[in-house]
Write a protein that binds this ligand. Sequence first.
Ligand code: PMP
Length: 356
Amino acid sequence: MNRYFDFNATTPLLPEAREAWLRASERHWHNPSSLYRDAGIASQMLEAARERLAELFGVEAERVVFTSGATEANNMLFAAFAGQRTAISTIEHPSVREAARHWTRMSEFNAHGAMPDDAALVSVMAANNESGELLPWRELAARCREAGIPFHTDATQWIGKLAADFSGCDYVTGSAHKFGGPKGAGFLVLRDPDECIRLLRGGPQENGRRAGTENYPAIEAMVTALETVTASMTACQASGRDAFEHAMQASFEGLRIISAEVPRLWNTSLLVMPRHENLKWLTRLSRRGFSISTGSACSSGKEGSSVVVTALGASPEELRRVVRLSGGWETTKEDWLDLAAVFAEVGAELDAGGKG
Ligand code: PMP
């Protein structure tokens, strides 16, 4: 039984990725920059991993830079546009919004509305981490290409959940731990095979684009994880999540589902509970072994990202009652229905004024 419903926060390491990591760590632990034979083999394995990742995305391998994750990749990109005008959507992850704010002259726009035409870079995420909303990144990429504006998509939540052909995008970021890979590995796809931008300075690794000894075992595990989930992706459907939402609507009058009217990831449900604060739901579900999230709309109100949940359509008053459920590749309809049943149980307890 799966009781983990926080896959948008992070995912457990896939057995295939673990195997790949162990094999790489045992056999190819050498520094890929060293000059003896074993190091040369590690370097070749690293380049082969780059080719495999690039092939999955329909881009040239020379455009892929391995990073420590999506946060670093997003910072690396915006640092390259330092001082320039950039346009990002109103619901970007903080690693895009804060990087854009720090490095560039950033403005925000509604991804479904008019796109600013005076930006040096447009950045719109592929899928939102809170509500699962799918953004029109393909259309925006095409419009930007026509207008000659570089287009970036933070595809961290899309990759591994939906088919990913990024050949129409100039820049793409992603992170291994969102699709069954290890934490601390990710990538930035660049616009041009010869492009040389850098954030971390030091040695000449990653073609001079990112200094620091390459984490080949984590990279190998990341690419293996992506190949594994890509092979089973077509079987993933929203039917379990949808059954959960129907059951929740039957139990809770006045329940609101955010982004219900737009296309969403098959695994995500962002709800405004009709009563009781989100941390009360979270604590009681946690006691029963279920892991859920308040999204970034924590009722403490301290998290900067509540601005995103507000942009998604929750009122400041509703923010305190927002919960996020996100399943995984193995989560079944029964798992989702078990979750709905436990919500009903907890609801009755909270209504009765249960302590603790
Ligand atoms: N972008 C999005 C859309 C995310 O969901 C996340 C992770 N929550 C990140 C970027 C940051 O990824 P990482 O933890 O790998 O830095």
